[in-house]
Design a protein around this ligand. Structure first.
Ligand code: DC
Length: 335
């Protein structure tokens, strides 16, 4: 269930004025969020005391919102507050992050809710990017885009076609004949290869190394970066990767670069692998992490590097909650 918020103002306290503004607000909320009668649970209104509170609910019924529960209330007077204002909260059973709508005199009321947010979180393997990105996305109720999963999927496609991941011509053939996409289920990213959900199959140490290898090819980077830009243009999201702040979204307003010592990162990766039943000695995990760092940092195209305007966070001695709080604080300072 999601809470979609909105507000509008009216010129005069008349039934016509109030009903017209509320209808426009509700129909815009419905359209922008893809709502139907069936997924709206209830609509709650509040209005400033200079307006009659009977008409917003009446407008909802007249605009075709027949079956959901309606609730109206009067706001206390706040000195200096917006006049003749009607606020709404629509509770709806939707998957996507809600699109909040502010119209007329209320258009500047909640810039923090209506502005599209793209947050870039880059860093090497095991620096905590995915754990932190998921927390930030969930707290802000926006999407989390794991861009590494896309490169992993290209590597899986190559393995399935028995192609050498370092042979650019063969990789390009596989790339051109494969369809890589993402979808969201209950807010969780599913990564698809030709329509098949491969989210679990791409989490092996072998695919980790091969993803790093295929990600060095220009054709792969261009295709994946374009897909990532498309998703970021249409949605507020946290993107984690290696080149989000430098290459995919160089103009992103919020950029972070997470680091941690190779030893700490290897410990974290080993714990994750153990939990999945992938047993590897720590020295082997550390060796793979270092090798992948080297490949990712030294490749010619869009290497792993901190963007000049990214905030660097060394997560070695910080808890997950501490890192998440630090990043959320920095994001909220700017919105
Ligand atoms: O984040 P990850 O471990 O799932 O990424 C796997 C590999 O994909 C990584 O070693 C390098 C590559 N990658 C990349 O080049 N650019 C990104 N934005 C994300 C991942």
């Amino acid at each position: 269930m999601k809470a979609i918020r909105g507000a509008t103002t009216v010129e005069q306290d008349t039934a016509e004025n109030i009903k017209e503004s509320v209808k426009t607000l509700l129909l815009t909320i419905k359209k922008e969020n893809g709502l139907s009668e069936g997924n709206i649970v209830c609509i709650m209104f509040s209005n400033t005391s200079d307006l009659h509170s009977f008409y917003p609910a009446k407008a909802a019924r007249e605009a075709g919102f027949f079956s959901c529960a309606l609730y109206s209330s009067l706001e206390p007077d706040i000195s200096g507050g917006l006049k003749k204002c009607i606020r709404v909260m629509v509770l709806a059973e939707i998957e996507k992050a809600p699109k909040h709508i502010y119209l007329n005199g209320a258009v500047n009321l909640r810039k923090d809710l209506t502005k599209k947010l793209n947050i870039a979180i880059d860093g090497p393997a095991g620096s905590g990017k995915s754990t932190i990105s998921k927390i930030i996305a969930s707290k802000l109720d926006i999407l989390y885009l794991d861009t590494g999963a896309m490169y992993r999927t290209v590597a899986l496609a190559c393995v399935r076609s028995r192609v050498d991941c370092s042979d650019v011509a063969s990789v390009k053939k596989v790339l051109d004949s494969s369809q890589i996409s993402v979808k969201y289920e209950n807010g969780m990213q599913k990564t698809l290869l030709n329509g098949e959900d491969v989210s679990d199959k791409i989490r092996t140490p072998e695919i980790s190394m091969l993803a790093s290898t295929v990600s060095a090819h220009e054709c792969v980077r261009t295709a994946m970066a374009n897909l990532q830009r498309e998703i970021a243009a249409a949605n507020s999201c946290v993107l984690d990767g290696r080149d989000i702040g430098t290459n995919v979204l160089p103009n992103a307003e919020h950029k972070f670069f997470l680091t941690a010592s190779a030893e700490v990162r290897a410990e974290r990766r080993k714990k994750e692998n153990d939990a999945k039943g992938i047993i590897q000695p720590i020295c082997e995990v550390l060796c793979e992490i270092k090798q992948r760092d080297e490949q990712d940092r030294t490749r010619k195209i869009a290497p792993l590097v901190k963007a000049d305007d990214a905030i660097e966070v060394d997560t070695s001695d910080l808890s997950i909650d501490e890192v998440a709080a630090l990043i959320l604080g920095k994001v909220q300072e700017k919105v």
